[in-house]
Design a protein around this ligand. Structure first.
Ligand SMILES: NC(=O)c1ccc[n+]([C@@H]2O[C@H](COP(=O)([O-])OP(=O)(O)OC[C@H]3O[C@@H](n4cnc5c(N)ncnc54)[C@H](O)[C@@H]3O)[C@@H](O)[C@H]2O)c1
Length: 250
């Protein structure tokens, strides 16, 4: 029997992209999945898709920076099996709009970028913690980025803070039996990236990889399933880079 049977996973930013792919994979393994997204309709539609495939899922609307709403969401999620076993802090701003130089973006956008990408991780972790404490095999996986390791952008700086928070929360929550790890994806061809990324940029970024080819959603799903599983029971405070080698050694 899969280790995910009878367990609950909360995935933020679950309405599309990686979040939806994580939800599908975890539900396919038998977990009850709660998809949280600022786009409530997207979260519900993704959950309906999972249910149509025979999985157990609910979609909930909410902004990861909204402390009161995240407390409600985590309490609701915990009802299915008496607690939360996995939190995936995946929601993040990374569209072209938030990938500009700071001088161009202006402070309001930088503030929102850090609020969602960094404070959102802390907010959801604090909200989920009471429901995860003491659960056997409980863990948190944060989604950072290869940009965190390469420097030179506000987006990368926000994701560097995610890698930092991963270590800090691993230190603070280890006593409660909760492992905390992160994944730094490289360029992965999610729907958003396929739509927005110019071919020339894709070619320039892929030229930095050590191995050729497209990074895919499935590559990140596999990393998540490992880090959240019993196989990684002795792994905490780590950031796993899945970048085709782009961020190796930097
Ligand atoms: N796709 C890539 O190549 C790539 C690479 C490195 C890191 N990442 C990171 O992976 C994560 C997911 O990426 P994706 O490509 O699936 O993104 P995406 O833009 O396709 O999906 C992000 C989801 O998060 C939701 N969201 C945004 N702000 C939110 C908020 N405040 N509260 C709740 N939900 C919110 C969006 O509505 C959306 O459904 C992000 O954190 C991103 O920075 C992606």
């Amino acid at each position: 029997m899969s280790e995910w049977q009878g367990r609950t996973a909360v995935v933020t930013g679950g309405g599309r992209g990686f979040g939806k792919a994580f939800g599908k994979a975890l539900a396919g393994e038998g977990a009850h999945v709660v998809l949280v997204d600022i786009d409530a309709g997207g979260a519900e539609a993704a959950a309906a898709e999972i249910r149509a495939l025979g999985g157990s899922a609910e979609g909930m609307g909410g902004d990861v920076t909204d402390e009161a709403r995240m407390a409600e969401v985590m309490a609701q999620a915990a009802k299915a099996h008496g607690g939360i076993d996995l939190l995936v802090n995946n929601a993040g701003l990374h569209s072209d709009e938030y990938g500009q130089p700071i001088l161009k973006m202006g402070l309001a956008k930088v503030r929102r970028l850090f609020d969602v990408n960094v404070i959102g991780v802390a907010c959801c972790t604090l909200a989920a913690h009471p429901h995860m404490k003491g659960r056997a095999g409980a863990s948190i996986v944060n989604i950072s980025s290869s940009a965190a390791h390469m420097g030179g952008s506000a987006y990368g700086d926000s994701k560097l803070a995610v890698a930092g928070l991963t270590i800090t929360f691993a230190r603070e929550l280890g006593v409660d039996g909760i492992r905390v790890n992160a994944i730094s994806p490289g360029l992965m061809l999610t729907d958003t990236i396929r739509k927005e990324l110019p071919e020339a940029t894709k070619a320039r970024v892929q030229a930095m990889q050590l191995i050729a080819g497209d990074g895919l959603e499935e590559d990140i799903v596999e990393a998540l399933l490992y880090l959240a599983s019993k196989k990684a029971r002795f792994v905490t405070g780590e950031t796993l880079r899945v970048t085709g080698g782009m961020a190796a050694g930097v």
